[in-house]
Design a protein around this ligand. Sequence first.
Ligand SMILES: *[C@@H]1O[C@H](CO)[C@@H](O)[C@H](O)[C@H]1NC(C)=O
Ligand SMILES: *[C@@H]1O[C@H](CO)[C@@H](O)[C@H](O)[C@H]1NC(C)=O
Length: 288
Amino acid sequence: MKPKGTYPINHKFLLLGIFLAFLVIFILRSSFSSSNEVSSSVSQNSSLKASSEAKASDCSPTCSKIPNPLAQALIHYTTSTITPQQTVKEISVTARVLKKKSPCNFLVFGLGHDSLMWSSLNYGGRTIFLEEDEAWIEQIKKRFPMLESYHVSYDSKVNQADNLMEAGKVPECMVVSDPRYSMCQLALKGLPDEVYDRQWDLIMVDAPTGYYEEAPGRMTAIYTAGMMARNRKEGETDVFVHDVNRSVEDKFSKEFLCEGYMKKQENRLRHFIIPSHTGESSMPFCPV
Ligand SMILES: *[C@@H]1O[C@H](CO)[C@@H](O)[C@H](O)[C@H]1NC(C)=O
Ligand SMILES: *[C@@H]1O[C@H](CO)[C@@H](O)[C@H](O)[C@H]1NC(C)=O
């Protein structure tokens, strides 16, 4: 997720376009709901005139003002020369889900140039970023103090992926439980309690690095995301995995998030919808 070069300028404008579209939707939605409140409060009075007068007088100038964090995000992306690693089409997959579900709980493995966008698209919700590089966290925190991020250590490397794939096929790894207490070698421990305790609506796996043999791989992040989704009290979790053109991301997402739960692949991004397995002891790990 870190800078590895810039995309052509037209990508940047497309990205900005999507961002602006969301902003407009957000503003329309908030002014729509405020007019609803007003009309219900005068519902005894059928006079349209009264309702529109009340709207004008009840509505302070803040009604249609862009919330400050969104204004900051807009300025940042307009003036930044660095665009996020995901393409417009890839981002759109997650953005469509956020459009439906936000404000919601959004967990992101990876902190980077797209983080401000994710937290803005989930405005009013809770967006938490997990990152392995402490120096990078400090750097981003200085620029975007409003982002909530935590440091996480991965003890497995890309070159251990084959062994971990075998280790992940034991019965202990198919048991749906809180990853903190799991007996499975692939379950990530040591994350802040907040991460285990919250019911995540969306989880994005776009870290750790994973592009050379000695780098920490995404094996445990992918497994843990799937387990958090299954262990949710009820409902579904949208799980996204980026860089599925790489072997680890491809194999681990198919194995532990299940091809049967996969809804879509857009270029290097896969989207899975995983239902809660709690209270459903007969539910297989992957749908048959
Ligand atoms: C409805 O609004 C009109 C115009 O403001 C007012 O004259 C009328 O008394 C109101 N009627 C009720 C039932 O509140
Ligand atoms: C995956 O795609 C990225 C971006 O197109 C590319 O840089 C990388 O080399 C690809 N990796 C593999 C293993 O194909």
